[in-house]
Design a protein around this ligand. Structure first.
Ligand SMILES: Nc1ncnc2c1ncn2[C@@H]1O[C@H](COP(=O)(O)OP(=O)(O)OP(=O)(O)O)[C@@H](O)[C@H]1O
Ligand SMILES: [Mg+2]
Length: 414
């Protein structure tokens, strides 16, 4: 029976926050990655959620978030490109940081661990490398790497007690410290030449389209008691490149702010909604991969939201390092939830997840709010039940509804 009808056999999952009903048994379905990890059912707490537009992926993530908060978990959303998480954070008493050109909030991605200067230096250098690689669209040469390292050292020592900032690093790239250059066997002018491309790359964060957001001391301090922190990036515009840079800075800031203020923060969700938009960036995927690997040590569960699993292939050519990293992200997600898929995606999805033919044929027919939950050794088809109060806050359909009085799309007056 188990072989022929794999859906019918797994016992109901009853531990954790309530999600909805198991469509095949009618039993309630609950989910808690930490409890499942403790019970040995999953090998890591991370989760991937894929489905075509408008199927209720964000609604599911928001339910998991607010319901887990009731159980004492915390939720971080390191980048919300649509601005749809702010009402959720407001509803649970969380913090929303709105970043965008002309907005007052500013975060310094180089805010980092005060306790161990060497660790802080390493964290900052990795972040600056990712940023430069993203803007330059290539890996850094060894000479550029040393120039960046030296410039960061200068910025760290030159600010006398204050935290280094990106403009201070760029200044140090423009006028390299002769002593530090000599230590690496270079003259200051040779080093300035080495750092030429880096200056142009990082300049975008100071005078380019991202000016005023990451180029000074933080105006925001993370409240360690906040149940939810959302970085609203909806004012950033449509550029995926800008979103990637902003998300790299934002997640680095959130990581350090979170681990510093509350080292014993306990379990928390990190939710990457609309993650398909940033997966084309290999440096960001590399950072996410590192974050995933540490999830058990930090007690975090990452949730990656995509349209289709082939979004993970967009990061690079077949056989490239970036592609392998993105595939690694999927491998490091023990829980895979698949909402409705287009027919052309079935083969790829079925192969990536090892779906049975029954599961495979189900994927094109799933109604809104219903998904196939694949956990190691068990599958469930779950209908996510939305509470009316949640539905009000999570609604993303407003713009699609027609106003009966004007005939135009917009808020329904009733
Ligand atoms: N389980 C559900 N029951 C009833 N309504 C739902 C359910 N899930 C989602 N909805 C409604 O469907 C609409 C679209 O949902 P949502 O924004 O979560 O889709 P999405 O998959 O995230 O779409 P996108 O890919 O565009 O981000 C929302 O207005 C939401 O209220
Ligand atoms: Mg969504």
């Amino acid at each position: 029976m188990a072989g022929a009808y794999p859906f019918l056999t797994p016992p109901a999952l009853e531990v954790g926050t309530y999600v909805g009903t198991d469509a095949l048994t009618g039993e309630p379905f609950s989910f808690d990655p930490w409890a499942l990890y403790a019970a040995g059912i999953v090998t890591n707490p991370n989760m991937v959620l894929a489905g075509v537009i408008g199927q209720g992926k964000s609604a599911l993530a928001k339910s998991l978030a607010v319901r887990s908060i009731a159980a004492g978990r915390r939720v971080y959303v390191p980048g919300d490109p649509k601005g749809e998480w702010a009402p959720v954070a407001d509803a649970v008493g969380g913090v929303v940081v709105r970043l965008g050109p002309g907005l007052p909030a500013r975060i310094n991605p180089l805010d980092s661990t005060g306790t161990n200067p060497a660790v802080a230096h390493g964290d900052r250098l990795r972040l600056l490398t990712s940023l430069a690689e993203t803007t330059l669209g290539r890996g850094l040469r060894p000479a550029e790497h040393s120039a960046l390292d030296a410039a960061l050292t200068t910025a760290e020592t030159g600010t006398r007690g204050a935290l280094p900032t990106i403009p201070a690093v760029v200044d140090a790239l423009l006028a390299p410290d002769p002593g530090l250059s000599m230590r690496d066997g270079a003259t200051a002018s040779a080093r300035a030449a080495d750092g030429g491309d880096l200056i142009h790359g990082l300049r975008r964060l100071i005078r380019g389209d991202l000016a005023g957001m990451f180029d000074g001391p933080s105006t925001q301090h993370l409240d360690p008691g906040a149940p939810m922190v959302v970085l609203d990036l909806s004012r950033l515009g449509a550029s995926d490149d800008a979103l990637t840079l902003a998300m790299t800075c934002a997640s680095a800031w959130l990581e350090t702010a979170a681990t510093e203020s509350t080292p014993e923060a306990g379990p928390r969700w990190i939710i990457y909604d609309e993650a398909w938009r940033v997966l084309r960036s290999a440096p960001l995927v590399r950072r996410m991969q590192a974050q995933w690997k540490l999830s058990r040590a930090y007690g975090t569960a990452n949730l990656l939201i995509l349209h289709r699993l082939s979004d993970l292939d967009a990061v690079g050519a077949t056989g490239s390092e970036a592609r392998a990293l993105a595939q690694g992200l999927l491998a490091d997600c023990s829980t895979r939830v698949i909402y409705r898929q287009e027919p052309d995606q079935l083969t790829a999805t079925a192969t990536a997840l090892g779906l049975t033919s029954t599961e495979r044929s189900l994927l094109t027919a799933l109604p809104r709010g219903t998904g196939l939950w694949k956990l190691p050794g068990r599958s469930h088809v779950v209908h996510h039940r939305l509470h009316p109060d949640e539905a009000d806050v999570f609604d993303t359909d407003t713009a699609m509804r027609t106003n009966p009085t004007t005939g135009h799309p917009g808020e329904v007056q009733s």
